[in-house]
Write a protein that binds this ligand. Structure first.
Ligand code: ATP
Ligand code: MG
Length: 348
């Protein structure tokens, strides 16, 4: 497996009138060639800030306090804006949370997709349009040739999302970052888009970072999953390890809050409480006040990562040799059973 991106000890803060917001508090992860990594976590956990840092698209009150982002042997943290402009869109492309705002309403879509290529590569207008057509076909726009001259408002929401993907992919980027909306309503579209990306990935070898707050969306398509909480990754593993052998009580909570869709009256479990204030991060385990399995040490000391396999690690004191053995709550186990059943149906 070739490593294409490596993030080491990333720490990001924002200067605000209320003080310094410690948004990212030491994040490490890697991305391999051709794989799909999902980053999951509640709102505010730092998913967007992490990926915006990779693109170096942070707001002006942001500080990169520590860390490096190694892309093909180069540290992106040290790049100038001019150097980043060559990487952005061409080598690392991003699909933003709202696809509507990424399209120009006044420009036909064929031209828009071609423009994204012509910005980075010397191609004629004709070559650009030909490439745009190929890509619009690839992302599944029906009658693409006839519709090159149509405007964004003439397409459905789902089709517009596909056009945005075509724009992101036309330069053949090595990494595609997809930052999905957090509204529960979009879960089916998220799943469709992820399936489309997966399909495309078999044709062009792009690595994908897919961001969502919903673990259910990534179940069938992510190779690995990183779970974020309060500016840190607290568990990472293969999709299988995260779904069938999760170790962090926060991951249990996320799994437990996945809608089962078993019956309409099915109550959605929610993790009690809310995330800590990042203006003044806690000194122990940030999840401590919401953790029904918390140990005394959680209030005092941050847990290190405990390794469960070469690919799976979790930062919870429950994995320390001195910790008592605990079983996840029954509600969560029930969801696992439902989920396992669905997985079987899906793969059958
Ligand atoms: N420009 C900013 N100024 C101050 N704080 C910020 C700024 N941008 C982000 N933050 C803070 O950084 C933290 C992480 O935000 P981020 O947008 O990465 O969360 P997220 O995981 O993407 O959430 P969501 O699922 O809602 O998109 C939050 O506490 C947020 O308030
Ligand atoms: Mg976000």
């Amino acid at each position: 497996m070739t490593k294409i991106l490596e993030v080491n000890n990333l720490q990001i803060s924002f200067d605000t009138y209320a003080g310094k917001v410690r948004a990212i508090r030491g994040v490490d992860f890697e991305l391999n060639k051709g794989e799909t990594l999902a980053i999951v976590g509640e709102s505010g956990s730092g998913k967007s800030v992490t990926t915006r840092t990779i693109m170096r698209l942070l707001s002006s009150n942001a500080n990169i306090d520590q860390g490096e982002i190694v892309f093909k042997g180069d540290n992106l943290v040290n790049k100038t804006e001019k150097e980043m402009q060559k990487i952005r869109g061409r080598e690392i492309a991003m699909i933003f949370q709202d696809p509507m705002t990424s399209l120009d309403p006044t420009m036909p879509i064929g031209k828009q997709v071609a423009e994204s290529l012509r910005k980075h590569k010397k191609v004629s207008k004709k070559e650009g349009l030909k490439a745009a057509l190929d890509l619009l076909n690839l992302v599944g726009i029906p009658d693409a040739e006839k519709r090159l001259k149509s405007y964004p408002h003439q397409f459905s929401g789902g089709q517009r999302q596909r056009i945005v993907i075509a724009i992101a992919l036309i330069c053949n980027p090595e990494i595609l970052i997809a930052d999905e909306p957090t509204t529960a309503l979009d879960v089916t579209i998220q799943a469709q888009i992820l399936e489309l990306l997966k399909e495309i990935q078999t044709k062009i070898e792009t690595s994908i970072i897919f961001i969502t707050h919903d673990l259910g969306v990534v179940a069938n398509v992510a190779d690995r999953v990183a779970v974020m909480y309060a500016g840190k990754i607290i568990e990472v593993g293969t999709a299988e390890e995260i779904f069938y052998n999760p170790q962090h009580p926060y991951t249990w909570g996320l799994l437990g809050s996945m809608p089962t869709l078993e019956s309409e009256s099915d109550r959605l479990y929610a993790i009690p409480g809310s995330p800590p204030d990042l203006l003044d991060p806690p000194k122990g385990d940030a999840f401590y006040p919401r953790n029904e399995f918390a140990l005394k040490i959680d209030a005092e000391q941050e847990p290190p990562f405990f390794e469960l396999s070469a690919t799976h690690k979790a930062a919870t004191w429950l994995l320390a040799p001195q910790a008592p053995a605990v079983t996840p709550p029954a509600e969560i186990q029930r969801r696992w059973d439902i989920f396992a059943k669905k997985q079987k149906q899906h793969s059958a």
